[in-house]
Design a protein around this ligand. Structure first.
Ligand SMILES: [Ca+2]
Length: 432
């Protein structure tokens, strides 16, 4: 079921500077009407109206502070900034802090709606795998404002040693019964000079992780926060990248403007940029074009769109679940890509980027080859989370070869499982 949504951007927000020309300001108008209404109630009804206006003022003052299950949702439309109307109130931007770490992931609301995935035959430099265009229905979600950065990914990586200590201290013991709830942490880097070839500054996007490792990252965030996070599907990614546009890029068709919006081959000087250095897209997402290509949930199938119903399908039904280790879709192009590969509809896929990996079996968590220096990811949180029983498929190994590699590595002591829940930070203090 798709909820009717309104998407409003009000002027005056620093984070929306430059966007007023794209969306007409509707939030402020609605706010003013509401305020005038409440003011008239104050005059007419006295004490009763005072309590109403107090409630309104509180929601205005603290738009994104709320308890775990409602984080990112407020009752009243905020006076400033972005919001998406939903059944529960208004989806607003929020910062997901991860307890026990310095990591903070900024999330922005994405309205539900319909769009045409792929590019028209008339689009310059399009690939054959971008058609035929098909209508996809997308439910509302929040998406990471930025690609996941080293500051966040290294917080995840640092759990490796800590979980080993928990294991040896027999704290939070992982058993056959509870292993389904556990998260695997990436093993220590075999060659940091490779993974960090472009730097490991906290604000730079994390790179060289496998899609499986990225999915486990989303499981970690989910279990720690008690909310549901995952990678976007390919359709959700393109929908968010387009942000309502139908042009080659989210700012139009003119590739000569790409330098204002993207880190790519022409301006990158062969390294990633810190995230958020360029202009955002109309929905406030940065680096959807370029910087690092972004892993999504889907296995790559060249003629995927031709196999979808012409009558429109919902984004979840359009997901191609993985059956092979490689050929996972990556989107948006990277610091190494030419302009045409940064187009909203452009599709690419991962390959066996483990030639330099000396492990047997090769690492399920890390790639070792140069191409993977261009690959990272960002995360989403759907407004309507699936039932608990359906969540693991978004996080855990899909291809049998990945399951076998994980099992073998952990059986040999070259990997670790950890149970994650909101009490984890407290238990980690015991072994730090
Ligand atoms: Ca990107």
């Amino acid at each position: 079921m798709f909820l009717p949504v309104a998407f409003c951007i009000s002027p005056g927000s620093a984070s929306n500077a430059g966007l007023e020309n794209i969306f007409s300001p509707c939030g402020l108008g609605a706010y003013n009407i509401l305020m005038n209404y409440f003011k008239s109630l104050v005059v007419a009804v006295g004490i009763f109206a005072t309590s109403v206006s107090t409630t309104f003022a509180q929601s205005e003052a603290a738009p994104a502070e709320a308890s775990a299950k409602s984080v990112g949702i407020v009752a009243e439309a905020p006076a400033e900034g972005r919001s998406v109307k939903c059944e529960q109130g208004f989806m607003v931007p929020y910062t997901q802090k991860l307890e026990g770490t310095d990591a903070e992931i900024e999330m922005v609301p994405i309205p539900g709606g319909e769009f045409k995935i792929g590019s028209p035959d008339s689009e310059e430099n399009r690939g054959e795998d971008e058609g035929p265009q098909v209508t996809i229905k997308v439910a509302p979600f929040w998406m990471g404002k930025y690609e996941i950065r080293w500051s966040e990914y290294q917080s995840f990586m640092q759990l490796y040693d800590l979980f080993k200590k928990l294991e040896s201290e027999k704290i939070r013991t992982v058993t056959d019964e509870n292993q389904v709830d556990a998260v695997t942490i990436p093993t220590p880097l075999y060659d940091p000079s490779y993974t960090y070839a472009n730097g490991e500054e906290p604000e730079q996007p994390a790179v060289t992780m496998s899609q499986y490792a990225a999915k486990q990252f989303t499981k970690w965030v989910s279990r720690l926060t008690d909310d549901f996070y995952r990678l976007p599907s390919e359709a959700e990614w393109e929908y968010a990248c387009r942000a309502g546009t139908t042009t080659a890029y989210s700012f139009g068709d003119d590739a000569s403007k790409l330098g204002e919006y993207a880190c790519y081959f022409d301006n990158s000087d062969d390294v990633t940029f810190p995230v958020g250095q360029k202009k955002p897209n109309p929905w406030g997402l940065y680096d959807m074009h370029g910087n690092v290509s972004e892993l999504v949930l889907d296995q790559y199938v060249a003629d995927r769109y031709g196999n979808l119903s012409k009558d429109g399908v919902d984004a979840n039904s359009a997901i191609v679940w993985g059956t092979k280790i490689f050929g996972r879709v990556v989107r948006g192009g990277s610091w190494q890509s030419d302009a045409e590969l940064l187009r909203s509809a452009a599709r690419a896929q991962s390959d066996d980027w483990r030639v330099e990996d000396p492990n047997i079996p090769k690492s399920p968590w890390w790639f070792t080859d140069e191409d993977a220096l261009t690959v990272g990811f960002r995360i989403i949180r759907p407004l309507d989370a699936p039932p608990e029983a359906d969540r693991n498929k978004f996080w855990d190994p899909d291809a049998t070869k990945i399951s076998i590699a994980v099992d073998n590595r952990i059986a040999e002591g070259r990997g670790v499982y950890g149970l994650v829940d909101p009490d984890l930070p407290e238990d980690l203090e015991k072994v730090k």
